[in-house]
Ligand binder design. Structure first.
Ligand SMILES: [Zn+2]
Length: 118
């Protein structure tokens, strides 16, 4: 029996469906990747503050952190508008927690905002 794919807690069936279509249609995604990324990002901002800060310190480092917020960002740009809006509502409280738990770091290169926290 194949293992059931992970899903995003709180996501509607419509959003899950849109994510599944995106993962099947776009070669940049593999099945279940968006939900896995969501769960990693949720884990990063839960538990000890240390966890968010450790993640932030190595945010742009593939060796320490497999892409999570990056995967969510790509999905937010590619999903149909209504689904993107719903996913944005689910990701926003996690982003806020990450911002509360980390501090700004000087921006020396180009990159997304979550690379410039520590
Ligand atoms: Zn690292």
């Amino acid at each position: 029996m194949p293992r059931p794919l992970p899903h995003i807690p709180g996501a509607s069936a419509a959003l899950q469906g849109a994510i599944t279509r995106l993962e099947n249609d776009d070669p940049r995604f593999s099945p279940g990747e968006v939900a896995s990324a969501f769960r990693v990002w949720q884990w990063v901002v839960s538990g000890p503050v240390r966890r968010a800060r450790d993640h932030a310190t190595h945010a742009d480092c593939d060796l320490c952190n497999s892409p999570s917020r990056e995967v969510l960002e790509l999905a937010l740009h590619l999903l149909p508008q209504r689904s993107a809006r719903e996913l944005r509502r689910l990701v926003a409280p996690l982003d806020e927690r990450f911002l509360r738990r980390t501090l700004p770091k000087p921006q020396l290169t180009e990159g997304p905002w979550w690379w410039f926290r520590t």
